[in-house]
Ligand binder design. Structure first.
Ligand code: DSN
Length: 415
């Protein structure tokens, strides 16, 4: 950042402070990660200067011979990584990817059956305040009240009654393995398109630590910056039947010029995710999440569904007498970053919540393992029990700093 430091010291100060925050704290928001320097190099490259509306070989501007190479590489790698027939690598973010999927599969006013946001869905899966809930008829499904798991029989019953045009699986706060085969069966039985939003688990899928939705789904969307550890951005994967419709939905349907620098960074990310080390990483994320779950349970915490099979845990704080909002704040003061999150059938508002959502992708990237997860669960238990004790939080902050310093983050970037 040497150019920014001399040109714009005010901005540089904030950017340096953020680097220090990332280095000295424990990043436990399950949708966040630390991408490689190679991914950052692509994002900060001259590719940001080019306009390239259209697709490789069919552009509206001249001078795209090298951009075509970059985008083709990204497409081919995405297809190979996940085993998909087609890939569109242009969506700027997950919301646009999901919008493109709906544009390709539905007419406005048709119906989407997606998991309730407060049960682990996503804003773009049909929230009334989002375009998805405004433009489409939403049929929400829930997790089971007792087990807090997906109940495939109940989902099938609802689907057969309601006959949705599209069924959506893939979540933002569901800690368990998804049975994509069961969803395919339900979609076939009621004549719906099956869409999977694998944003949260894409890295686990790429690394073989979660089943792959591609063989079962018509359309699969994903962001590239979560467990997949690439740049901010998204992709849409699809069958032959949807490939052209998806391309038309992304451009000219929704977006103008693609972010060629981000597409190059996606190509880097897919290359990284094809390496054997990435599979080791993906499995380590899950092992760490399981170790964290075990340690939190032994500290007396309740976990939604009793544990985890993937990269995230949803902690139900009801018994601890603290809201998600209070817990997030107290943990933040101790250098532990999590996010407040509703739990299924929550009685608190989404702004307060009864839970926190925590994950292991970023800590695993730093090289932390099961021993550190146990230590971190201990920090969390102390902070939550002593949420108003500033001396305690300052002491844990120092211990967090010390732990983080043993796993240096971006040492190549210097001070
Ligand atoms: N904001 C993402 C998450 O944290 O899960 C979803 O878009």
């Amino acid at each position: 950042m040497s150019y920014i430091s001399s040109l714009d010291p005010q901005l540089y100060a904030s950017m340096s402070a953020e680097l220090l925050r990332q280095r000295t704290g424990l990043e436990m928001i399950p949708s966040e990660n630390f991408c490689s320097l190679a991914v950052m190099e692509a994002q900060g490259s001259v590719l940001t200067n080019k306009y390239s509306e259209g697709y490789p070989g069919k552009r509206y501007y001249g001078g795209n011979e090298f951009i075509d190479q970059v985008e083709t590489l990204a497409i081919e790698r995405a297809k190979k990584l996940f085993g998909s027939f087609a890939a569109n690598v242009q969506p700027h973010a997950g919301s646009q990817a999901n919008m493109a999927a709906y544009f390709a599969a539905l007419e406005p006013g048709q119906s989407i059956m997606g998991l309730n946001l407060s049960h682990g869905g996503h804003l773009t899966h049909g929230s009334p305040v989002n375009f998805s809930g405004k433009w489409y008829k939403i049929i929400p499904y829930n997790v089971d009240k007792e087990t807090q798991l997906l109940d495939y029989d109940a989902i099938k019953k609802l689907a057969m009654e309601q006959k949705p045009n599209l069924i959506l699986t893939g979540y933002t706060a569901y800690p368990r393995t998804i049975n994509f085969g069961a969803f395919r069966e339900i979609a076939d039985a009621c004549g719906a398109v099956l869409m999977t939003d694998m944003a949260h688990i894409a890295g686990l899928i790429a690394g073989g630590a979660h089943p792959n939705p591609i063989p079962f789904s018509d359309i699969v969307t994903s962001t590239t910056h979560k467990t997949l550890r690439g740049p901010r951005g998204a992709i849409v994967l699809s069958t032959e039947a949807f490939a052209q419709k998806i391309d038309k939905a992304v451009f000219p349907g929704l977006q103008g010029g693609p972010f060629d620098h981000a597409i190059a960074a996606k190509a880097v990310c897919f290359h990284e995710a094809m390496q054997p080390e990435f599979s080791t990483y993906a499995h380590a994320i899950v092992e760490n999440a399981k170790a964290l779950a075990e340690a939190l349970l032994s500290q007396g915490f309740d976990l939604v569904s009793g544990g985890t099979d993937n990269h995230l845990l949803l902690v139900d704080l009801t018994k601890k007498g603290i809201t998600g909002k209070e817990a997030q704040l107290a943990l933040d003061e101790a250098g532990i970053t999590v996010n407040k999150n509703t739990i299924p059938y929550d009685t608190q508002s989404p702004f307060i919540t009864s839970g926190i959502r925590i994950g292991t992708p970023a800590l695993t990237t730093r090289g932390m393992g099961k021993g550190e997860m146990k230590e971190i669960a201990g920090f969390m238990a102390k902070v939550i029990a002593g949420k108003e004790d500033d001396t305690l939080k300052a002491k844990i902050r120092n211990e967090v700093r010390e732990l983080a310093s043993k796993f240096p983050l971006y040492p190549e970037l210097g001070e």
